[in-house]
Ligand binder design. Structure first.
Ligand SMILES: [Ca+2]
Ligand SMILES: [Ca+2]
Length: 177
């Protein structure tokens, strides 16, 4: 399968953000750093939600290393990471858990909705730029209380990784879109 240009852009963006320590490679330390940063974005979130997110980040990092570290140096290079889009079903389970865990962090009351302040705080913590975050939230069609469904967000995270998709809400996150 040849990924769409949009899918490649999305994957390159996520690599640059997940390389939380900025050393040019994805390693377990990046996911630990990212997890603590994102957990701190919603102080009101229950400990169980933070623990779940921490586990999701950890498994995500472990799976990337297991599946993508082609040269076995214990870290994932940008080139190794790009192959994530060639065989996405290997990552379905971890992306799914990550999507649900992140959306749950944005819904600290467990009501099924994510309000704009929590959404923005979480996405800023991951490292996306504010105008792109606002555009994505708008694309979700917030309700009169300025909330979006947690399930809408989780579905959009799953879509974000789909190599065949273009013109999706998640494309708003890529600068220049
Ligand atoms: Ca790194
Ligand atoms: Ca490697």
């Amino acid at each position: 399968m040849v990924p769409t240009t949009e899918a490649t852009d999305r994957i390159e963006l996520v690599f640059s953000l997940f390389d939380a320590d900025g050393n040019g490679y994805l390693e377990p330390a990046d996911f630990a750093l990212m997890s603590s940063r994102v957990a701190a974005a919603v102080p009101a979130a229950p400990e169980a939600a933070k623990d779940r997110l921490d586990g999701a980040f950890r498994r995500y990092g472990e799976t990337l290393l297991t599946e993508l570290d082609a040269n076995g140096d214990g870290r994932v290079s940008p080139e190794e990471f790009l192959s994530v889009v060639l065989d996405p079903q290997r990552f379905d389970a971890v992306v799914d858990e990550f999507a649900e865990a992140l959306a749950a962090m944005g819904d600290p009351g467990g009501v099924g909705f994510v309000a704009r302040p929590e959404f923005i705080a979480l996405m800023l913590a991951i490292g996306f730029a504010r105008p792109n975050i606002e555009a994505l939230f708008q694309a979700f069609g917030p309700d009169r209380e300025d909330r979006v469904r947690a399930s809408t967000w989780a579905d959009a995270i799953r879509d974000y990784y789909r190599p065949e998709k273009s013109g999706i809400a998640g494309d708003h996150l890529v600068p220049g879109n």
